[in-house]
Design a protein around this ligand. Structure first.
Ligand SMILES: [Mn+2]
Length: 374
């Protein structure tokens, strides 16, 4: 049977003053077409359905429409796990009831993960939601002292599946994790900040396919373990990435990446103010513009914004002429104080804005609080 593997939809994510809803709808349309064209027998979403635990009603309605189309209309089983961005219990609300219509949502981790059986029992899908090591210590009290790292925790969870799975079946795992060696993008926020340590691909051995989520760039990280990547380009570092879904065929176990079109691309363009204003090929895309002959003030930003409705970032030359871009070097960054960095940031990104003493005081307080919580 054919299975679509996708992940990291991040419904509800904000961009500029709006959101990505039209881009996400454009993705869903292509997903529905692929399901019909390839006669797909199941859809897996490997976490980060939503961008946060408290997204707006429009994001929930969008997921609802996708579930209704996939399960209700196309009658295809849809298996979803919670990612680190999802609020596990909320995502999995009504899960028992929803499983009756083949919408299987795994919110919190359970000790014995019940597989969803497909293709007359020939295929077993184990949905493993995102978890931390403390949850695993609680679920497996007998190994409590052995679980010191996230790696140990993953090993315990996946060993449990390995011990109980029927090896005559095609065994597929859906997981939301950062596997060692995976290549990152700027929109992989938690990973970039070092909040999510990597686990070795050794934890994934013996499964026929591992449908991974968490990392936004589609890639292979080991035998039959892949990230499908996010369906939409959520950062400028994804400018040159292809986006799409993985199409898995359990007959002979093959996996192909199916590229999807983007409603709005992401582009970086550089030139003089007049050159950029004359470009007609940038109007429908999310933009980062580098203006080479003017200081990036709010007037210039407003003018460019009128011409390019999806403009997200503008940089210009520095206020003291001829110095070029004033971005800090890595060396300067090391020695600069937090306050210096804030001032430089405001000068560069917010039209030479100079913070008031009151604002600086608030900033110092906030920094002190983050120090305390470390
Ligand atoms: Mn994500």
């Amino acid at each position: 049977m054919k299975i679509v593997h996708t992940s990291d939809w991040h419904f509800g994510m904000r961009v500029g003053t709006g959101n990505y809803e039209d881009c996400q709808r454009f993705f869903l349309q292509q997903l529905y077409e692929l399901i019909q064209k390839e006669n797909v027998g199941a859809v897996l979403c490997a976490g980060d359905v939503y961008d946060s635990g408290n997204v707006g009603a429009d994001a929930i309605a969008l997921f609802d429409s996708a579930a209704q189309k996939i399960c209700g209309e196309l009658k295809v089983p849809f298996i979803v796990i919670a990612g680190n961005h999802d609020q596990a219990e909320r995502l999995a609300a009504h899960k028992e009831l929803l499983s009756c219509v083949d919408l299987h949502i795994a919110g919190r981790l359970e000790r014995d993960i019940k597989p969803v059986l497909l293709d007359g029992g020939r295929v077993a899908v184990y949905p493993v939601p995102h978890f931390n090591k403390y949850e695993v210590s609680e679920l497996f009290p007998e190994t409590k002292d052995d679980i010191r790292t996230l790696q140990d925790a993953h090993m315990a969870v996946f060993d449990r599946i390995r011990e109980t799975m029927d090896r005559s079946r095609c065994n597929i795992v859906v997981s939301h994790a950062y596997i060692v060696g995976a290549s990152l993008s700027e929109s992989d926020r938690a990973v970039m900040k070092g909040l999510a340590p990597a686990v070795s691909k050794e934890v994934l051995r013996d499964f026929d396919y591992v449908a991974l989520g968490h990392i936004h760039k589609p890639q292979e990280v080991g035998r039959n373990a892949r990230y499908s990547g996010s369906p939409v380009k959520y950062s400028f570092s994804e400018e040159n990435q292809e986006k799409g879904v993985m199409l898995v065929d359990t007959e002979g176990m093959s996996c192909t990446f199916v590229p999807f079109k983007q409603l709005r691309d992401r582009k970086t363009a550089e030139g003089t103010f007049d050159e950029l204003m004359a470009r007609s090929d940038l109007k429908d895309d999310y933009l980062r513009l580098k203006v080479t002959d003017r200081v990036a003030g709010s007037d210039m930003q407003a003018e460019l914004g009128k011409r390019f409705p999806y403009l997200l970032e503008v940089t210009g030359i520095s206020a003291d002429e001829g110095e070029g871009e004033s971005t800090l070097t890595a060396e300067e960054l090391k020695s600069a104080s937090d306050e210096d960095i804030l001032k430089r940031f405001l000068a560069e990104k917010c039209g030479n804005y100079i913070p008031t003493e009151e604002q600086l005081e608030m900033f110092r307080e906030a920094m002190a609080m983050t120090e305390e919580s470390k």
